[in-house]
Design a protein around this ligand. Sequence first.
Ligand code: C5P
Length: 301
Amino acid sequence: MRVPAKVNVQLAVGGLRPDGFHDLANVFLAVGLYDEVTATPSATLRLTASGEDAHRIPLDEDNLAARAARALAAHHRLGDLPVHLHITKDIPVAGGMAGGSADAAGALLACDTLWGTRTPHDELLALCADLGSDVPFSLVGGTALGRGRGERLTPLPTGGTFHWVFAVAEGGLSTPDVYRECDRLREEAGTGATAADVPTPEPAPALLDALRTGDPAALAPALANDLQPAALSLRPSLAATLTTGTSAGALAGLVSGSGPTCAFLAADAESAARIADALRSSGTCRTARTTQGPAHGATLV
Ligand code: C5P
């Protein structure tokens, strides 16, 4: 299975809920950086990975891909079905681009195919939602609004292809840490951080219009990420990355999800290549990647 990364073109974060999650208006866009997950029969549950960053993925029983395989086996009462899952990693690890969620969605579909369980789409989505807030979107891809903690999806009409540059940082950021820092900053600012203090997050009409028309110049000013101040607070060096990309001609730049990857919207492919070159030679990131979105969700190769 080939599964895309995502960028959040809007991530509006509501207050902290009693269950420890935050209500979101999360506008996901799948982009053309992919992990591949391969399932083959095996005597035991085995997990392996390859790719530049593969050594940074914990290959234990708690890995989201292994949990996905176990969840599908349990759903069909198959017992502990032994399978070898191999992840070919190309999505930045712990980068705010839903790489772990992509691997979980890929493992779920790969096992469903290998085992011939033909799980209906709505049951797959429910299994994905149990695995993590971003996993359902990794399955469906395209462009979608995620409500609740991000797992309740509505597809969004999108009128064109957008060109992106991703500045990949050295090391990752922990998603729970970034949400905690967001709450801390809200408390510090005196606004409060609970669901009673923070208005219900809503998607911006201008953003939805820009997606519908496929106009990057209209999308740029609407890009927004409520987690960005928290990611910058934990990793102040991201400010220089954002400045580098926008100075090099990006229409806009923002932290991708909980970061530390920074995403830049470009006017076209040529501009994206120039921005990526500037980022690579700036010393403000580990590397830069160009790609397009929306991209298809998890797909059998
Ligand atoms: O759902 P997922 O496992 O990806 O969430 C990881 C962590 O991110 C949660 O345990 C929580 O701390 C935070 N989170 C949140 N609100 C969301 C999604 C995630 O606070 N809507």
